[in-house]
Design a protein around this ligand. Structure first.
Ligand code: KIV
Length: 269
C-alpha cells in the first residue's frame, strides 16, 4: 500500500507568480466546513473581517477583534488543506505603528498557521507593510474602498468616479507593491481605474466590485451564496441558499409540530 503524499499548500510566491496568468480564485470562509468546500475550488481563502457583519451581526467591521480573527482563522485552517489562507488584521491592530502591526501579525501567524495577513491602506501603510514583509510576514494589500475607513470616507462609496482621484489610487497600489505585498485586493473602484492599477503594479490584483481584468476575483462567500440579506450591487449571486435554508427550517418546524418527525429510522430502538 503506498502512502498518500500530503497535500501541499499554495504559497505566497506561487500567488505572486500568477500576475497576468489564469485568474486567481478567492473567496472568504470563516468556518471549517465552509473552508473545506472552498478549498476544493479556490487558490486563496480569506478569513475576512467581514465576518464581524456576516457571522456576528455587527454593524461594520470596526468592532472585530484580534481574538475573533484568530478563532475563525484556526477554523479555516483546520477545514482546508490546499488553499493559501490569508487572515485580515482587524481595525486597531496595526495602524498605530509597524511594531504594533508586527506584534499582532506574528500572533495571527503563530496561533493559526495561516500563510499571510491582509491589511487595508495604501501609501500610509507602506512603511508597515515593508516592516512586516522584511521580517517574514507575507502581506496582502487592500486599496480603493477600504471598509475599515468608511467613517472617514463617509460610507461605502465607489472610489475613482472622478478621474482626478486616479493618480492617488494608483500611487497607493504602487506603494503597497513596492513595500513587498505579494498581491493586492482592489475593492469598489471604477472599472477603468482597476485596469489602470492592474497595469501599474507587478503583483496580482484581486478585484471585488472592480474589473474582470484584475488578476483574480474575491467575493464574500455568504453574499454569493445568497445567504446575506442586502448585498452590494456588484455581487452576483451564484446560489440562492438563503430562501432554501429558510424553507428547510420551516419544513422542520412543521414536521416537529405535527409529530411526523422523528419518524421511522430517525430514532434509536
Ligand atoms: O473582509 C473581507 O471579507 C474582505 C474582502 C471583501 C476583500 O476584505
Amino acid at each position: 500500500m503506498s502512502a498518500q503524499a500530503p497535500i501541499k499548500r499554495i504559497t505566497t510566491p506561487e500567488i505572486a507568480a500568477r500576475k497576468g496568468g489564469t485568474p486567481i480564485v478567492s473567496l472568504t470562509a470563516y468556518t471549517a466546513p465552509m473552508a473545506a468546500m472552498v478549498d476544493k475550488h479556490a487558490e486563496v481563502i480569506l478569513v475576512g473581517d467581514s465576518l464581524g457583519m456576516v457571522v456576528h451581526g455587527l454593524p461594520s467591521t470596526i468592532g472585530v477583534t484580534l481574538e475573533m480573527m484568530i478563532l475563525h482563522g484556526q477554523a479555516a485552517m483546520r477545514g482546508s488543506q490546499r488553499a493559501l489562507v490569508v487572515i485580515d488584521m482587524p481595525f486597531g491592530s496595526y495602524e498605530e505603528s509597524p511594531k504594533q502591526a508586527f506584534r499582532n501579525a506574528a500572533r495571527i501567524m503563530a496561533e493559526t498557521g495561516a500563510g499571510a495577513v491582509k491589511l487595508e491602506g495604501g501609501t500610509r501603510m507602506a512603511e508597515t507593510i515593508r516592516f512586516l514583509t522584511e521580517r517574514g510576514i507575507p502581506v496582502m494589500g487592500h486599496v480603493g474602498l477600504t471598509p475599515q475607513a468608511t467613517n472617514t470616507m463617509g460610507g461605502f462609496k465607489t472610489q475613482g468616479r472622478d478621474e482626478s482621484d486616479w493618480p492617488a489610487h494608483v500611487a497607493d497600489a504602487e506603494a503597497v507593491a513596492d513595500a513587498g505585498a505579494f498581491c493586492i485586493v482592489v475593492e469598489g473602484v471604477m472599472e477603468a481605474l482597476a485596469d489602470r492599477i492592474t497595469e501599474a503594479v507587478p503583483v496580482p490584483t484581486i478585484g471585488i466590485g472592480a474589473s474582470n481584468r484584475c488578476d483574480g476575483q474575491i467575493l464574500v462567500l455568504d453574499d454569493m451564496l445568497g445567504l446575506s440579506g442586502r448585498v452590494p450591487r456588484f455581487v452576483r449571486k451564484f446560489g440562492d441558499l438563503g430562501p432554501r435554508t429558510e424553507e428547510a427550517i420551516a419544513a422542520y418546524a412543521e414536521a416537529v409540530r405535527d409529530r411526523s418527525f422523528p419518524g421511522d429510522g430517525q430514532v434509536y430502538r
